[in-house]
Design a protein around this ligand. Structure first.
Ligand code: PLP
Length: 468
């Protein structure tokens, strides 16, 4: 019986001659279609060996077509962030503004003056782009943009502190996330890490005692980023460290991470140190990410004294961590938005931070009315959103979410992430057995997409209905 069924299966060469296969070949290429047909036939053979019957030719072709769809779609895809974490590292951190997206697309599509001096008609430097704007915004003497902040720290330490000593407080030996630890990055640079003070209390005198007139290359301050130091604690201010460094001719480097250019306090949040403040306090170098609170593309910004920045620029590692033209274009567009004073309205990260809870409640109400129309019950819940991205740990922004009540929250959250039909995945969060969709992190222009995907998911997963 099995072998008889097996014989009913068509050969790959026969299937390749069908009009359906020919249409697939025109779109995806011969090689890909043949592979998909082989895989579909192999699956059919296995099911026959397990006691099944031979599928029809149309069924094999349909299976192959489905396999092509999966094999030939990129693994990286947009998602809707309904998690309530604004700068979500796993979800790609800062969404770009429209202006930044357009700028990146424009240089991606053609040639540009990346390393070409249009005035002189000769080779120029990619490092001039964005540097002028960064200087203007922060008051720094000079600036350099690299691939990310980890690269910025690595480059700075490699260029300035290799085989010399870097003083850092024991309270600042942080793990950034994804297992990356500041002490490891420091060691990688060849710098010798000199830990000073204790986990909870470090004083200027601890640095002073560890400071060596020849061996000390840098005093490094690292922003705590993702944890808070509270209770019986002390750390010297940047001003104090700068004064100590100046006394001994040792520069202070301030690794800020989130690197805000705006004050977070008007939004009911704690104060997040800004780049301008660190420069004004006298830090010789400041490092920050481009895609945290700055709200731009992934990048590492290094700002500070011209003579130090020049040494970094000339270091061989600078080439290995350099940024591409699309990053520079998006970064310049983002910085211009700050210069013109439109950051809060135009940069998605700041728009999300600044949105009034009432506006979010209204949006969630609209979502609710819509799904009520499908006979699905839900509730509005007041939530606490967070900024994330290694900034403002423990700080919360009041928000609103739609709660879907279901006996299988994990199944619904999974279905939202992995829709049954092509579409944009939704990242929700589960709290107290409810699936929550937090409006603060959903881009308003994604509302209709969110509802469409929700409609699709709710057809598969039972939720409480309006009538029960
Ligand atoms: C986030 C962070 C980094 C790493 O920045 P990336 O841009 O992710 O490389 C380094 N230092 C601090 C203090 C940070 O918060």
């Amino acid at each position: 019986m099995g072998s008889e069924e097996l014989r009913k299966l068509p050969a790959v060469s026969t299937l390749l001659e069908t009009p359906e296969a020919k249409a697939l070949i025109a779109q995806h290429g011969h090689e890909q279609v043949r592979e998909a047909l082989r895989a579909a036939l192999e699956a059919a053979r296995q099911s026959i060996r397990a006691g099944g019957i031979a599928p029809s030719r149309a069924a094999v072709l349909a299976d192959a077509s489905q396999r092509l769809l999966v094999a030939l779609s990129p693994s990286l895809s947009p998602v809707i962030n309904a998690s309530g974490v604004i700068i979500h590292t796993n979800l790609g951190r800062a969404p770009l503004s429209e202006r930044a997206r357009r700028a990146a697309a424009l240089v991606a599509a053609g040639y540009c003056n990346l390393e070409y001096d249009l005035e002189e008609g000769e080779r120029g430097s990619r490092y001039v782009h964005a540097a002028r704007l960064l200087k203007q915004l922060t008051g720094a003497e000079d600036a350099l943009v690299v691939n990310n902040n980890a690269a910025a720290v690595l480059l700075a330490l490699s260029a300035l502190a290799r085989e010399r000593e870097v003083l850092i407080s024991r309270s600042q030996l942080i793990e950034i996330g994804g297992g990356f630890r500041i002490p490891d990055v420091m060691r990688q640079s060849g710098a010798r890490l000199i830990e000073v003070g204790t986990t909870n209390r470090t004083y200027v005198r601890d640095y002073a005692e560890a400071l060596h007139p020849v061996n000390t290359a840098l005093i490094l301050r690292v922003h705590h980023s993702n944890f808070t130091l509270s209770g019986f604690v002390h750390e010297p201010s940047l001003n104090e460290l700068v004064a100590l460094g100046a006394e001994h001719g040792v520069p202070v480097m301030d690794d800020l991470g989130s690197g805000s250019l705006l004050d977070t306090q008007p939004f009911g949040l704690a104060h997040e140190p800004t780049i301008q403040e660190s420069i004004a306090a006298g830090a010789a170098l400041v490092t920050a990410s481009g895609d945290k609170l700055l709200g731009g593309p992934q990048a590492g910004l290094i700002l500070g004294r011209a003579e130090l920045i020049e040494r970094l620029r000339r270091h061989p590692l600078a080439r290995a961590v350099r940024v591409d033209k699309t990053t520079l274009a998006a970064l310049e567009a983002t910085l211009l938005t700050y210069l013109e004073g439109h950051a809060i309205e135009e940069l998605p990260v700041w728009r999300m931070i600044a949105t009034q809870p009432e506006v979010l409640r209204q949006r969630v109400r609209r979502w609710q009315r819509c799904i009520q129309g499908w006979g699905v019950k839900s509730t509005l819940v007041a939530t606490q959103a967070t900024v994330g991205g290694g900034s403002l740990p423990g700080q919360q922004l009041p928000s609103w979410a739609l709660a879907l009540i279901t006996s299988s929250p994990d199944a619904l959250a999974h279905r939202l992430r992995r829709p049954a039909q092509p579409g944009i995945p939704i990242i929700a969060r589960i709290e107290e057995g409810q699936v929550l969709l937090d409006a603060r992190t959903v881009l308003p222009e994604q509302d209709d997409q969110l509802l469409a995907m929700l409609h699709l998911a709710l057809q598969d997963i039972p939720v409480s209905s309006v009538t029960t």
